[in-house]
Design a protein around this ligand. Structure first.
Ligand SMILES: [Zn+2]
Length: 139
């Protein structure tokens, strides 16, 4: 179902999105700094994006990218993605050594990984607002 929004409603959604993006940046930067003490490796920058299917990535030049919609996930799930990308600074693949490292930093990571697989598609601004009882359409 497509919801048609007025210009004012669209503008308001954009402002809300920006606010959550800023919150995501702050939270992710904090968590990267925290877990970096355990993972080591060196990163050059952190970027916050909005992608439909990716939660994070780590480039060969050390740029860590994260999906801003992680701010709508339980904190432990956001932490899992942070740990996952930080471990890519050491292992640029998903070989057993990579998963061992993830598990050594976050022993219950499989629970968070599974949660993301099952609920990731529900992490949208619209469904978050709905969940919080914040109206999208103003009337
Ligand atoms: Zn990965």
């Amino acid at each position: 179902m497509k919801i048609y929004l007025t210009q004012a409603e669209t503008r308001r959604l954009e402002i809300l999105e920006k606010r959550y993006r800023n919150a995501a940046r702050k939270q992710i930067e904090n968590r990267v700094a925290f877990y970096h003490k355990y993972t080591g490796g060196s990163y050059t920058s952190i970027t916050i994006r909005d992608q439909k299917t990716r939660w994070g990535s780590c480039s060969s030049t050390g740029t860590l990218s994260f999906n801003y919609r992680l701010i709508f996930a339980p904190p432990k799930v956001l932490d899992y993605v942070v740990v996952h990308e930080l471990c890519h600074l050491t292992h640029m693949n998903h070989a057993p050594a990579f998963w061992n490292m993830v598990g050594s930093v976050m022993p219950d990571y499989k629970i968070q990984k599974q949660w993301l697989k099952e609920h990731g598609q529900e992490l949208t601004l619209e469904s978050y607002l709905e969940q919080k009882g914040i109206p999208i359409v103003l009337s």
